[in-house]
Design a protein around this ligand. Structure first.
Ligand SMILES: *Cc1c(COP(=O)(O)O)cnc(C)c1O
Length: 454
């Protein structure tokens, strides 16, 4: 049997044993990648876009290898998913054992150990030492939808408050919760009702409001336009992901959380992107000392397998009736096995500390670059979740075109870098925590070369 995208290198398997190097043997995209992209264009719906035009055949540690034999430095982790490293050996082994034992029962038909063990781990690891319970799902959007269902059932109220620049997913309810029209919502309405958007704390763009001032602005808007007596939940990313790695001013999250508690409003932290060591803490809520009522998790949790969760106060989680939560695949045994292996790595392989060290390296280098280049308007983030905002130095206006040119330069020179932000002008860095310093530094060199060239 022949394939138009057979690997041309010996890299048939991934994992950390792949040579940890940037290696270009063709232009990017090379001929085999281009062949796949042509088939993709003919066979796959146009709405499913591709940011980096390569056909992947293997990945591991800090590299992604394409069908032409190019080895790209991975500064994106498939959007903060392969934090433990792609094809992590313990994840692979756990998946192989589970897949050979049984692949599915539907947990709501017949139970198995892995689901309960993931729930126990999440109850133990998420912020706060109160009694907690967990329910598992497949995607981040599904976790967010279920957190809203649970908050509504618990409070008997309907309104959900979300923030400017928020991203919570692409299903109907989560489109309504997400701020940005293009590309996430445009033409896909009508959207779910009873969703209210209030201003975020965005230190670079809100004139430097303090956390307390920004919280007062948001709370006043909730009280005047929605009413606490109608509000089921305040839903927020502790550091915004797709919105551009916006880190709210200190005290903002704590003030909102205190207001929610005082008003019988469920405070939901969407830690789908920030969770599992990514920010140099197991959960980003910890940096601000907040204890959310509910936490949603997904991306980094299961080493690349699809799994998500809602974890929170037992009395809130238990407010949904039997049969009200679930789904055919939620908490699939293979995904749970992967999560248990990944969680073991997060806890015991020093990955929280590693994320913090990656953050020091990234922030140090990028702040030094900012001092030389006025197009770098802002450098921000925590741990291995760091971004720069590129602007026109004369006007301070967001420069999305420049950002796009840097990303293109990067992949053409063997580095996967991602964009983000309401204005499309944020370059974001989400390297696997398994990347080594040399490769991370080289990846960053290429991105900064791209900025110099653009
Ligand atoms: C990615 C993301 C989601 C949606 O997750 P999917 O698995 O893509 O549905 C929700 N919230 C946040 C904060 C995210 O980053």
């Amino acid at each position: 049997m022949t394939s138009t995208v057979a690997p041309s290198t010996s890299a048939a398997t991934g994992g950390p044993s792949l040579p940890q190097e940037r290696r270009l043997v063709t232009e990017v995209p090379g001929p085999r990648s281009r062949a796949l992209l042509e088939r993709k264009a003919a066979a796959v719906a146009a709405g499913v876009g591709i940011a980096v035009p390569v056909a992947v055949v293997a990945a591991g540690g800090g590299v992604v290898v394409d069908a032409d034999g190019n080895s790209l430095v991975d500064l994106g982790s498939g959007i903060a998913v392969t934090s433990v490293g792609n094809a992590h050996p313990r994840v692979v082994e756990a998946v192989q054992q589970q897949v050979a034992a049984f692949t599915h029962t539907c947990f709501t038909i017949a139970a198995y150990d892995g689901y309960v063990e993931v729930a126990e781990a999440l109850n133990r690891l998420t912020p706060g030492d109160h009694a907690k319970k967990t329910a598992l799902f497949n995607s981040g959007a599904e976790a967010v939808e279920n957190a809203v269902k649970i908050a509504r059932k618990h409070t008997g109220k309907q309104a959900v408050v979300v923030f400017d620049h928020a991203y919570h997913g692409r299903t109907n309810l989560t489109m309504a919760l997400t701020a940005k029209n293009q590309p996430y919502k445009n033409g896909f309405g009508p959207f779910a009702p009873e969703v209210y958007r209030v201003p975020m704390s965005y230190p670079y763009r809100d004139g430097g409001l303090s956390g307390a001032e920004a919280a007062k602005r948001a709370i006043t808007q909730i009280e005047k336009q929605v009413g606490a007596e109608n509000t089921a939940a305040v839903l927020i990313e502790p550091i915004q992901g797709e919105g551009g790695f916006v880190v709210p001013a200190p005290g903002f999250l704590a003030a909102l959380s205190a207001w929610a508690t005082a008003n019988d409003v469920v405070f939901i932290a969407d830690e789908v992107q920030t969770g599992f060591a990514r920010t140099g803490a197991m959960f980003a809520s910890e940096h601000e000392g907040i204890v959310p009522d509910l936490v949603t998790t997904a991306k980094g949790m299961a080493g690349g397998m699809p799994l998500s969760a809602v974890t929170g106060r037992a009395e809130i989680m238990d407010s949904a009736h039997v049969g009200g939560l679930g789904g055919t695949y939620g908490g699939n045994p293979v995904a749970c096995a992967a999560a248990l292996a990944a969680i073991d790595a997060f806890e015991h392989d020093g990955l929280v500390e590693r994320a913090a060290a990656i953050g020091d390296l990234l922030l140090g280098r990028l702040r030094a670059a900012q001092a030389e280049d006025p197009r770098i308007g802002d450098v921000r983030g925590r741990g291995a979740m760091v971004a720069v905002e590129l602007v026109d130095p004369a006007t301070g206006e967001p420069d999305a075109a420049l950002t796009g040119r840097v990303v293109k330069y990067a992949y053409e020179h063997g580095v996967i870098a991602l964009t983000a932000g309401t204005y499309g002008n944020v370059l974001r860095f989400l390297p696997p925590l398994a990347i080594d310093d040399a490769l991370l530094g080289e990846g960053l060199d290429v991105v900064l070369e791209g900025l110099a060239a653009a």
